[in-house]
Ligand binder design. Structure first.
Ligand code: SAH
Length: 214
């Protein structure tokens, strides 16, 4: 089928060719039908090398960015992962192929309900969804082995770091409203370490520990 071929091509030319090596990430991206996470009018472009609009002025990230962020989370099969910014649900679907369970939070109601329906249709039963401001995390389900923020933050919310298990990894774009740096933070017994993975561009993280509404 057409989309199958486009998807295998995407993984080979955009993801493997640029150095993503985590076998779990590659397998997940070969499997999840990315075209179902965009509107019908954009399906033919779903496997191209750029982000796409998903309504409400939000975007589904470029495939390579999804792969890079997922690899940086260093996921294993027993991990519980928190995602802030469900959006289309594509990133959560990728995480769900690798991790034990994914908790994902979205602040825009229409995106939240749409993603929830899609997860049910596709049988992704290890994704738990929530409609709220994700900048305060999900205390009741913490600590998490990994946390991924898929919107750009002015700074790293300390409350999210506090919800990381010892040994946990946080991946978050940090910067101004136009460009950010992708930061990987690792929490260990001695505290936290940060690695800058390079420049990126995300929509705004809006909420109590993000940008204000306007
Ligand atoms: N991971 C998504 C990317 C969506 S874009 C995907 O794979 O499609 C970022 C999303 O973060 C948007 O849907 C936006 O509404 C959401 N967002 C921004 N601030 C948020 C917050 N404080 N809590 C939860 N979601 C937030």
């Amino acid at each position: 089928m057409k989309f199958d071929r486009l998807r295998q091509d995407m993984v080979e030319k955009q993801i493997e060719a640029r150095g993503i090596r985590d076998a779990n990430v590659l397998a997940a991206m070969r499997k999840v039908p990315r075209h179902l996470f965009v509107s019908e009018a954009l399906m033919d472009q779903a496997y191209n090398d750029f982000p796409l609009p998903i309504g409400e002025q939000q975007t589904i990230s470029q495939p390579y960015i999804v792969a890079e962020m997922t690899q940086a989370l260093q996921l294993g099969p027993d991990d519980r992962v928190l995602e802030i910014g469900t959006g289309s649900g594509y990133q959560a679907a990728i995480l769900a192929q690798i991790a034990f369970r994914v908790y994902t939070i979205e602040r825009i109601y229409s995106l939240y309900t749409k993603a929830r329906k899609l997860f049910d249709q596709l049988g992704y039963h290890n994704i738990v969804t929530r409609y709220s401001d994700g900048t305060t995390g999900w205390k009741d389900e913490s600590p998490f082995d990994a946390i991924i923020v898929t919107a750009g933050a002015p700074e790293i919310p300390q409350v999210l770091v506090n919800q990381l298990a010892v040994g946990g990894r946080l991946v978050i774009p940090v910067g101004n409203q136009y460009v950010q740096e992708l930061i990987q933070l690792v929490r260990d017994e001695n505290g936290v370490r940060q690695i800058n993975l390079g420049g990126c561009r995300f929509v705004k993280l809006v909420g109590e520990y993000g940008w204000s509404e306007s």
